[in-house]
Design a protein around this ligand. Structure first.
Ligand SMILES: [Cu+2]
Length: 115
C-alpha cells in the first residue's frame, strides 16, 4: 500500500485518519473508562462493572450528600465521600465483589474481576 500511494493521496489518507482519531477521542475514552464508578442520585453507575485483575477502580460521588463504599465481605470500605470526593480500590484477585453504601444500604453495586 505504501508503494502504491502517491504522496498527495497518502497525505490525504493521513489527514483523514487524524480527523477520525480526533473525532473519536472523546467517546472512545469514556467508553473504555470502565474502571470508574460514579454515584449519581443514590445509584452506582455503572452498577456492575467488569475489570481485569490489577485494575484500579475509582468511585466518585457526584451527589450533594455523602456516600460511602463498603465491601459486603469486609475487604475494603471508604470514609463518607463528600461531593466529588473519590475512593480507589485495586482489585488484584479475580472474583465478584458486592458492595453497598454504608450510609444508604439499599445502594448496591458489584465489581467483577476476571482475566
Ligand atoms: Cu449513600
Amino acid at each position: 500500500m505504501r508503494t502504491l500511494a502517491k504522496p498527495s493521496a497518502l497525505k490525504g489518507a493521513i489527514n483523514a485518519a487524524a480527523l477520525t482519531a480526533a473525532l473519536l477521542v472523546a467517546p472512545v475514552a469514556s467508553a473504555l473508562d470502565d474502571s470508574k464508578v460514579t454515584i449519581d442520585n443514590f445509584a452506582f453507575t455503572p452498577n456492575v462493572i467488569t475489570v481485569k485483575p490489577g485494575a484500579v477502580v475509582t468511585f466518585e460521588n457526584h451527589d450533594d450528600i455523602p456516600h460511602s463504599i463498603v465491601d459486603a465481605a469486609g475487604k475494603f470500605h471508604s470514609k463518607a465521600l463528600d461531593t466529588n470526593d473519590t475512593f480507589q480500590v485495586t482489585f488484584d484477585q479475580p472474583g465478584e465483589y458486592n458492595y453497598y453504601c454504608g450510609l444508604h444500604s439499599h445502594m448496591r453495586g458489584k465489581v467483577i474481576v476476571a482475566p
